[in-house]
Design a protein around this ligand. Sequence first.
Ligand code: NAD
Length: 265
Amino acid sequence: MRIGIVGGSGRMGQMLIREVLGTAGASLSGATERPGSAAIGRDLGTLVGADPIDIAVSDDPAALFAGSDAVIDFTAPAATLVHAGLAAQHGTALIVGTTGLSPDDHATLRSTAAQAPLVVSANFSLGVTLLAGLVRKVAATLGPDWDIEILEMHHRHKVDAPSGTALALGHAAASGRAVALADVKDAVRDGHTGARTVGDIGFATLRGGDVVGDHTVIFATEAERLELSHKAGSRAIFARGAVRAALWAAGKAPGVYSMDDVLGL
Ligand code: NAD
């Protein structure tokens, strides 16, 4: 199974290269970076602190898609849309971990999935995939007198907020209540906000240090509170899940799949 990595010198890109190199049944077909990146031309092995493997970082994603069974993309929304087009053109499986995608971006991904299998997840960890299922179930069980608040913390370099995982947990809670998140989302509170609106799903965002990703979903009512939490200790958990998704997706029928599909949940 030939797996390629776009954005290979990024925080997740390097983790993904290491994970593919260490996975039985997977071979690294190459990695790209954005044009002008200082990483172009560097050996992929030495880039991630391993022995040289005689494959250099390139700025030619079309060649990478042509030579891969699956490509893993943890880059940025604009790059991911270009990569989705290449996946469709070559019929290559695409694993999308990029967050901060707009509803229009998701619609574009769904249309390219007519020609290639895509696995799209805001969080490739096993624990968060299970957490989303629990949140959906708890939200469906508890009535609207239970307020739902989602708290997340990430490292100081993160550029989008709330995190893609917090939003995915919000969608899970909303679907448990049979409502659309867009109709109940309350992500910004500042100044005289007035009392909380019944049925809203609130978000709070913390940024600092090197926190890999903490998420807590709080269900609060009179005199009782239920909290479901996940804490990521290393980015390796996302890389492991994404490589597992790549091995699963290559050769699947075109369509958009989730980590629930990969894990058979
Ligand atoms: P990063 O900034 O360290 O890495 C992104 C890399 O993509 C950079 O090296 C950048 O140069 C590269 N890039 C940008 N445009 C490119 C292009 N056109 N072609 C090739 N490479 C390009 O960021 P990061 O911390 O690695 O996170 C990347 C994305 O993954 C973010 O959206 C983040 O939120 C997301 N993420 C998702 C999960 C998950 O499980 N789904 C987990 C962690 C991070």
